[in-house]
Design a protein around this ligand. Structure first.
Ligand code: GAR
Length: 213
């Protein structure tokens, strides 16, 4: 099968984007990044992409503020960029903006997100803080398909991380991030191999099915 054309959406540091770039460059991931899009002008993820010769686009949410459905209008602009660049699979990588049905419907079953907890525990913002405050003994990370409910889509891969007695948000985040950098490229590779089949709430990892675009 042809390498998957990825469109990666970032808002900040972009370490997950970097793990995907590294996996592609070391032939662990059969994909290429067609474009990186950000809602933040100064997102370091954009610098990372540029330094690898990857096309980047910044779309300013403020430019869509005046429109009646500003979130949808913004996502239509994102969608245009993704489609112009021939993106097959959309990767949310630290994209701190809720995506609307405009994007989700156009890329149904073809949009992935990574979240720093074992979903369905601790969805939303500050997942590592939530896990510590709750007194959980185990947390981790989840790669899932994106649906309309925030952090609710079918789970693809998860990794668990023990919470240690003296953990802070920072130390726990670092240990979770190591696993994020491993399982996100793995999940994308499963997609690239046509091995992900969504079955209701479950994502089955199958022998191989033809990717349908
Ligand atoms: C990652 O920990 C990612 O799981 C999290 O933001 C961080 C982005 O880091 N995403 C969310 O919390 C989404 N709800 P990165 O920019 O270095 O990839």
């Amino acid at each position: 099968m042809a390498p998957v054309a990825l469109g990666v959406l970032v808002s900040g540091r972009g370490s997950n984007l970097q793990s995907i770039i590294d996996a592609i460059e070391s032939d662990r991931l059969d994909a290429h990044i067609a474009v990186v899009v950000s809602n933040k002008r100064d997102a370091f993820g954009l610098d990372r992409a540029r330094s690898h010769g990857i096309k980047t686009v910044f779309l300013d949410p403020k430019s869509y503020k005046e429109q009646s459905n500003s979130r949808e209008a913004y996502d239509r602009a994102v969608l245009d960029v993704l489609q112009v660049h021939g993106v097959e699979l959309v990767i949310l990588a630290g994209y701190m903006k809720i995506v609307t049905s405009v994007l989700i419907d156009a890329y149904e079953g073809r949009t992935m997100n990574i979240h720093p907890s074992l979903l369905p525990s601790f969805p939303g913002l500050a997942a590592q803080r939530q896990a510590l405050d709750w007194g959980a003994k185990v947390s981790g990370c989840t790669v899932h398909f994106v649906t309309e409910g925030v952090d609710e889509g079918p789970i693809i891969l998860q990794a668990s991380v023990p919470i240690l007695e003296d953990d802070t948000v920072e130390t726990l985040s670092v240990r979770i991030l190591e696993h994020e950098h491993r399982i996100y490229p793995e999940a994308i590779q499963l997609y690239a191999e046509g091995r992900l089949a969504i079955d209701g709430r479950r994502t089955r990892i199958v022998e191989s099915v033809k990717r349908e675009v």
